[in-house]
Write a protein that binds this ligand. Structure first.
Ligand code: HEC
Length: 326
């Protein structure tokens, strides 16, 4: 009986969803403003007509002077972009809109995109501040008191959707990039196109993580790899240095402070911080507001993982040596 109810419920839900998909969405030209924006190449566009109408899109709001959440979001989206390959710009569109348009001119945005090595099909946009704030309100990404307060500590603001079907969802930049890519390539497209080449089904299986590992995946992995065979196996986290063996390269106190306040160390022009900053394309590592305990957990995880991979490497070398000797 219970099964039948569930089954019936599913059928009714499917009908309802189909009905919705066929009906025009209430979130059309009457809802979204047609805000005039300029992209990083100086091209002028209108938000509704040119950017979202009949498209599957990812939209986030950033400012290039932001030292915490935006670089993480940009790095994460860059991974999603890489997973989607040439579908970006064809049937999935990426837009990063500046909330600080006075500073973020098209030239500044172009340089920012280049620093993060973003691929084609991803537009960085600027425009009139009041109109952009209104757009954020319409997208449900503006929190009164936080976003118009003094601090520019803005809401982590990423939204993905399909304008034609009216399906919109907020997403977290801490999300696994494979999940975001899967939403964009498949569920938001109503599964009409075959899955992107690197589908979520290929995502490596994930063991239950320790707290340090969890922090690493959600806060660090968008920018850092950890050896050739780390977690998500995407091999494309080159914003910052690979962190395998970093606990041997650096003093523990240095590491702990760096993880908690890299921005301050750079501001104090600490020698290693400055050298790394220059070496890594002048992308500053963000201050992710972690505490001592978080830093300890992260360092422990980095150490463990370096040991684990080191042991594997040795075993492989031993085997290879054995074969050669035969
Ligand atoms: C937005 C990208 C980004 C994120 C997110 C990020 N980092 Fe970094 N990290 C960098 C960059 C870039 C550098 C190189 C220094 C610089 O440019 O500031 C760096 C440098 C480092 C270094 C120094 C490496 C060395 O060779 O000495 C460590 C350690 C480090 N990061 C740890 C972390 C940890 C732990 C996290 C997560 C809590 C994290 N990073 C999150 C971008 C990032």
């Amino acid at each position: 009986m219970r099964r039948l109810t569930v089954w019936l419920g599913t059928v009714v839900l499917c009908w309802a969803l189909q009905g919705l998909a066929q009906e025009a969405t209430p979130w059309g030209a009457g809802y979204f403003p047609n805000t005039a924006l300029t992209d990083q190449d100086g091209q002028e566009v209108h938000f509704f007509d040119d950017l979202i109408k009949d498209k599957v899109v990812v939209i986030n709001f950033i400012f290039t002077g932001c030292g915490d959440s935006c670089p993480l979001e940009t790095a994460r989206l860059r991974q999603v972009q890489q997973l989607l390959g040439d579908r970006v710009g064809r049937d999935v569109f990426f837009y990063s809109i500046s909330i600080d348009p006075l500073s973020d001119t098209p030239e500044v945005l172009k340089a920012y995109a280049a620093r993060f090595k973003v691929g084609p099909g991803w537009r960085f946009l600027t425009g009139d501040k009041d109109q952009i704030d209104e757009l954020r309100r319409r997208l449900g990404l503006f929190i009164e008191g936080v976003d118009n307060g003094r601090s520019r500590d803005h809401n982590l603001s990423l939204i993905v959707g399909n304008q034609a079907t009216g399906r919109w969802m907020k997403a977290s930049p801490f999300e696994n990039p494979w999940i975001l890519a899967d939403q964009l390539a498949n569920s938001l497209q109503n599964w009409k196109t075959p899955s992107s080449e690197q589908s979520y089904a290929l995502a490596p299986e994930i063991r239950p993580p320790s707290s340090g590992e969890e922090l690493f995946r959600t806060r660090c992995a968008a920018c850092h790899s950890l050896g050739p065979e780390d977690g998500q196996g995407t091999g494309m986290r080159s914003v910052g240095p690979d962190l395998l063996g970093v606990t041997q390269r650096r003093e523990r106190a240095w590491l702990s402070r760096w993880i908690r306040e890299p921005d301050r160390m750079l501001a104090e022009r600490e020698a290693v911080a400055v050298a790394l900053y220059e070496q890594y394309n002048r992308v500053a590592m963000p201050n992710l507001r972690l505490n001592h305990q978080d830093a300890d957990n992260l360092i422990e995880f980095l150490e463990q993982e370096s040991r684990r991979q080191g042991a594997q490497e040795q075993a492989r070398a031993g085997q290879a040596g054995g074969t050669a000797a035969q």
